[in-house]
Design a protein around this ligand. Structure first.
Ligand SMILES: Nc1ncnc2c1ncn2[C@@H]1O[C@H](COP(=O)(O)OP(=O)(O)OP(=O)(O)O)[C@@H](O)[C@H]1O
Length: 262
């Protein structure tokens, strides 16, 4: 069966001032894939996602989502997207119920459907008791669960997740990984950006490494292993980004902390 291409980027370039952040990103993403989108700090991962979501504009190249250039219809395609940003502003004074039903209704759900779904998802994620509490009283992990739930309420076809497990405890991470696997099995596509290499290694059906504004590696974890001498994704990341100074830098850092010179 031919795999459906859901996201295509052709020669995507983006600059801020005279700084070229994306230098020609070419990518094809297929339905049901869990893409682990990794790269060093500042490589341009969030920028790529913000361009796809229409949060950032003024780029060269093309982005097609579900077969349509996003410039042709900049609103409608967003109904099919779920997004967990790395840093999110939530309305702290609202309760979980108020926030989630508000988001659900923005996406076109009725109040009843949004409330029913939100409560069930909060319960399943172990935060049902906080459903009617103000978000300002939530712990970091509880807020993260709220964000995750708000991203899927409208049953999107593609999910963009930026460090989604920030603050989640080990049990919740296991639940979350299972949710992603099940969603992908249902044909949802997941674009997962994170620095937690062992999780990316385990959940991704395909890993894309962005380095210096370009795709530097693209393949399954096994394929990346086969073309690199290192074993874990963390070590492959070091190798592909040409970095081997962690010990030296760590030693110098501690020396400075202790009052010595470099
Ligand atoms: N609004 C902006 N104005 C100017 N420069 C920006 C802006 N947004 C991002 N940049 C720059 O673009 C580069 C890429 O940033 P981006 O946030 O996409 O990186 P990233 O790969 O997501 O990094 P991280 O892993 O640290 O989250 C950085 O050098 C950043 O300073």
């Amino acid at each position: 069966m031919e795999r459906q291409e859901v996201l295509t980027m052709n020669n995507l370039t983006k600059s801020y001032g005279n700084k070229e952040v994306l230098k020609g990103v070419d990518l094809r993403v297929y339905q049901g894939e869990i893409i682990g989108y990794i790269g060093p700090n500042g490589a341009g991962k969030s920028t790529t996602v913000k361009l796809i979501l229409g949060i950032e504009e003024n780029y060269d190249g093309d982005i097609h989502l579900f077969g349509e250039n996003i410039k042709n219809n900049p609103i409608d395609y967003k109904r099919k997207i779920g997004y967990v940003p790395e840093i999110a502003d939530v309305y702290d004074n609202l309760t979980g119920y108020e926030y989630l039903t508000f988001v659900g209704q923005l996406y076109g759900l009725s109040l009843e459907d949004a409330a029913h779904k939100s409560e069930a998802l909060m319960q399943l994620f172990g935060v049902g008791e906080a459903y009617h509490s103000r978000i300002s009283s939530y712990s970091k992990g509880m807020r993260q669960k709220l964000l995750i739930i708000s991203s899927v309420l409208h049953n999107p076809d593609i999910l963009f997740l930026d460090e989604p497990i920030n603050g989640l405890d080990a049990n919740s991470v296991m639940i979350f990984k299972e949710i992603l696997t099940q969603l992908a099995a249902q044909g949802k596509t997941i674009f997962y950006s994170s620095h937690i290499m062992d999780v990316v290694e385990k959940i991704s059906s395909r890993i894309i490494l962005l380095h210096d504004g370009k795709v530097a590696a693209d393949g399954t974890f096994e394929e990346l292993q086969a073309t690199n001498t290192e074993g874990t994704l963390e070590r492959i990341f070091n190798q592909l980004t040409g970095f081997d100074r962690h010990q030296e830098i760590g030693e110098q850092f501690v020396a400075v902390v202790g009052g010595g010179t470099q």
